[in-house]
Design a protein around this ligand. Structure first.
Ligand SMILES: Cc1cc2nc3c(=O)[nH]c(=O)nc-3n(C[C@H](O)[C@H](O)[C@H](O)COP(=O)(O)O)c2cc1C
Length: 338
């Protein structure tokens, strides 16, 4: 099933293998695409991945995780991103971009911002509570970044609402202590995300989905049912959800094993009816097939396994005797009897 096509929104994918966003911290201080990014993503396109999601790309320089993050906060970024998109398309994969703001987990600014002035740990700066004006500006920056994603030719946008970065900080009661319209009830905590998605939809008709931490894996934090409620506020405006977990607080408690987040993906799928990208330490064809066949998800994300082996999709198809299209240049390696 993993080599069967799938449509997320109107985007046709040749198979169900997704490379999830993985920061390379390989840009310069200006956030530009470098030759590393081209080589890294093109290698996975050649290797047979259906959908590549480019790493967390900052909508604001103060929203970078590190000074070497990719950026999309300025029109000057479009040229490099456009080249990246073209090179990946030439090599047979679709490509989306993850738009991100690091919030209190930014190590690229002396003035980190967050829903509330609560620090992540002693290794991070003290964040300042965002004002209403600044929240409006952040919503606008997500919209402007989406316009640039369109100019760059991306096939999809993923909004980073996971792993303890800015949007996740608003969503969770552990990090959102506000008493205004952005804090308190779950609907109020979801307000900034709803505003961001609505603003993006004014300029972007193409596939749009959200990456969530389905569970904060921490007492008093969001769990899968809360995440389902949040997604149900938005589900008419999005085409899917990429289900991850954790990263919000230091004292999280999570058991990690092959497929560890797949059951959460399945619960989100049942609870929202959205197209679901699921995974977590997926490292075999068997585990991928189990995840898809048991309807835990529609697409599987394969992160570190693809860092270890960019040609993993070609390899597992070859080993299982599944005939898929190979790059013409490599066809002599497909059938060694020829
Ligand atoms: C080097 C590295 C960088 C990552 N950067 C991001 C990121 O930019 N955005 C994101 O949502 N997740 C990020 N992640 C998490 C991955 O997308 C993925 O969810 C995680 O690695 C679990 O999947 P895996 O077990 O298949 O690797 C990163 C993971 C790694 C290993």
């Amino acid at each position: 099933m993993i080599f069967e096509p799938f449509k997320i929104g109107n985007l046709e994918l040749k198979n169900r293998i997704v490379m999830p966003p993985m920061c390379q911290y390989s840009s310069d201080n200006a956030g530009s695409v470098k030759s590393w990014h081209i080589s890294h993503y093109v290698a996975r396109a050649i290797g047979g991945v259906g959908l590549i999601i480019v790493e967390a790309t900052a909508i604001d320089p103060d929203g970078r995780i590190s000074p070497n993050d990719l950026g999309i906060w300025d029109d000057s970024h479009v040229e490099g991103l456009k080249t990246l998109v073209e090179r990946v398309h030439e090599n047979g994969a679709k490509i989306a971009i993850q738009l991100a703001h690091a919030g209190r987990k930014s190590k690229a600014t002396d003035d980190p911002v967050a829903p509330s002035a609560v620090r992540y740990s002693e290794h991070y700066g003290h964040p300042r509570e965002l004002t209403q004006d600044e929240i409006n500006q952040i919503v606008e920056k997500f919209q402007n970044a989406s316009k640039r994603a369109k100019k760059s030719g991306f096939d999809g946008i993923e909004i980073h609402a996971a792993h303890g970065y800015l949007i996740n900080e608003f969503l969770s009661p552990l990090t959102n202590k506000r008493t205004d319209r952005y804090g308190g009830s779950i609907e109020k905590r979801a307000r900034i995300l709803i505003e961001i998605i609505s603003a993006i939809r004014e300029v972007w008709d193409e596939p749009l989905w959200i990456r969530v931490s389905a569970s904060d894996y921490a007492k008093g934090g969001n769990d899968v049912d809360d995440t389902i409620d949040i997604l149900n506020f938005l589900k008419d405006k999005i085409d899917g959800v990429n289900v991850s977990g954790g990263g919000l607080v230091r004292d999280q408690s999570v058991k990690v094993y092959p497929g560890y987040m797949i059951d959460n993906a399945g619960r989100v799928k049942i609870g929202t009816n959205l197209a679901v990208i699921g995974g977590g330490l997926i490292n075999s064809l068997e585990l991928s097939e189990y995840s898809l066949n048991s309807e835990k998800c529609d697409l599987v994300f394969v992160g570190r396994q693809l860092l270890r082996d960019p040609y993993w999709p070609l390899k597992i198809a070859h080993e299982a005797g599944i005939d898929i299209e190979w790059p013409v240049q490599y066809e002599r390696a497909k059938d060694v009897t020829k």
